[in-house]
Design a protein around this ligand. Sequence first.
Ligand SMILES: [Zn+2]
Ligand SMILES: [Zn+2]
Length: 826
Amino acid sequence: MQDVNPAAPATAGTGTGRPPAELPHRLGTRHPDELPHRLRTRHPDELLHRLRTRHPADPVTHVERVPARAGQQTPWPHWAPEELRAAFARRGVTAPWRHQAEAAELAYAGQHVVVATGTASGKSLAYQLPALATLLADPRATVLYLAPTKALAADQLRAVAGLDLDGVRPACYDGDTPRAEREWIRRHARFVLTNPDMLHHGILPGHAHWSGFLRRLTYVVVDECHTYRGVFGSHVAHVLRRLRRRCAQFGRTPVFLLASATSGEPAVTAGRLTGLPVTAVTEDASPRGGVTFALWEPPLLPPPADADARTADLTQVRRSALRETADLLADTVAAGVRTLAFVRSRRGAEVVAANARRALDEAVPGLGERVAAYRGGYLREERRELERAVLHGDLLGLASTNALELGVDLVGLDAVLICGWPGTRASLWQQAGRAGRSGDEALAVLVARDDPLDTYLVHHPEALFGRPVEATVLDPANPYVLTPQLACAAAESPLTPADLELFGDGAKEAVDHLVQAGDLRQRPTGWYWRHRERPEVDLRGEGGSPVCVVEASTGRLLGTVDGGSAHFLVHPGAVYLHQGISYVVEALDLDDGCALVHAEEPDWSTHARDVTSLSVVSVRSYLDAGPVGLFLGEVDVTSQVVSYQRRRIATGEVIDTRPLDLPARELRTVAVWFTLSPQSLAAASVEPADVPGALHAAEHAAIGLLPLMATCDRWDIGGLSTALHPDTEAPTVFVYDGHPGGAGFAERAYRTAAAWLGATRDAIVECGCESGCPSCVQSPKCGNGNNPLSKPDAVRVLDVVLTHLPAEAAAPPRQTVHQSRLPDRA
Ligand SMILES: [Zn+2]
Ligand SMILES: [Zn+2]
């Protein structure tokens, strides 16, 4: 995640054939010319041609050439002091890239700005430049830097401290900061690096100690702001509002400088996060190497010979992405090409490495030894050793989880294989960015998994290589977030009517609710916190108290799981992955909030199933499109996890389904739903008997495609479909946020309904299967065992919806709030 300014702009990507001066340190002691002779670079075209001949039908759906880009530099802004320019020059930066200068100029002029450009495009410099220039020019000014993790803040501290600027006095202030140093930092540090949790728990409640710092605060830097999404992001949005309120009380209005991965609508998201108007800088002017990017769809397997004709289609699946990736890895290694394969789970990475090794050993005994799996949790020396082995060619193939993102300095590989869509474009480019030595073209291959989103993406390259559509979503108006945050704010200092405006929609209702509950007292001067203790609010906890995951033999606490997902993730018998290591759950004690596990790596994964019912509480916004209705509103969802499936990791084959005995749970949340009139379905030739299967199939695919529009996981959302719902009195498909009060996903779905459901339709149509498979309408978490499902009728249903829905995004929500959004805590 670290975002460093690319060094040596003058020599990168010149294509002279002479390696730039910086390369040798990455390659250890050897010069590239001295690399073992089998490591000859192959042109990506030649390599790809070799790979794609492996199946009779070409699995490549698209080849995109991402051309090398020369960076565009601009002169330093006139206000950048000589001392700072010299410090950057010592680090190899002779001038800023255009986007860095553009963002810096805006911020220096007092505008809130978000810079949303690619991985390693040098976003740090964009905020360091105005922040440090101001600290040097004004000896009183201070800067607050927020990172989502302590590790990133520590990296940034090293970068800023390394500039060795007089009087800046940077310091990290987080849970690890020794007591003895805290006082000094509060009094003397001028560039304080921390995280939102510390701001929330430490700095804002202790504002009396921080008044000196806050009354001189000039910039607030919010790094990696795309990570503030969902419920956590909604909490952080209010922590930032509380910070703004404190500063305003001291007469300060600091400028916000945000950095984000590329995403759709970065200005909108940053505006929601800060509550301020934010200008976006999105045009990346940093240099990059050329990549040939292939999209790869594993072929459908023929149905098993023993399947009878009636069920043959439902058992049809694609060759697993893991097997496909393993074969590709073996092929590239056999060709002497240094290749890195990214696989989502550790177990999956090991399956890929093991299969590739086996295939290679069959071809040339001993060749398998040049492939390894990489797990998280390696020591620093082990990681360095691994880097050396790969860069020298002792290892030619490495299968890794995302753990590799954390601290292995491996770049300049010849090929990168990405097994399954990694969830966001930011991750995709981060992984693909490992390929490509300077001046050489590299190959990246995205291997689609059995999943509607993967299917859609390999058939819609424009969604990957064109303008991003996925947006980071959050919902600061969620009453389950807003109410406790207002309590925190009131405990810091009494709330005034002006504050209600700052905290936005729903703040008045939330305050009334706190008064009723006896937490706030209303006086002529405002609302006062009535308790001695401060409210206890965890920014990252959600959906009930978290469940602790404990290793049974040692009593060691491995981590926690949200109360909301505990039934799904740590039910008895569940295979639970923690930092890439696999555990099996022995028991789940809901009263104690604890799951006992032991380390074990079975060759199956587990998939919980639930049964769900849903009732509509209120409609927040709707669109009347004749026979079709589109709605956004509050719903109550009752669900119970009743069983789980065990599936073979390598093949996805179902081993068995085992029952579970867990209590039902209630969730009040936000949902988007659409209804169709029975007449419109009849006119589209959907027989009444096929309506349930049609809606169910459309619901699955729609859930699978929502992550295209919003940075959520399909596990963040749930769905329900029915041929007749008592509250809508019509055939209906519901898709709801899996978090109490909603996290913004359903709202985003409502706002982009035409695009979202259009993509859903395309994903179903373009899947080559006969009547439904996991790549289109089957769901890995279906509570009904994927039955009934009708693929052709799902397309008809979606065609009816799309014919009537306006192509433009639906009207913005919150225009028609019919009922209170306040949580009912009775
Ligand atoms: Zn299919
Ligand atoms: Zn289902």
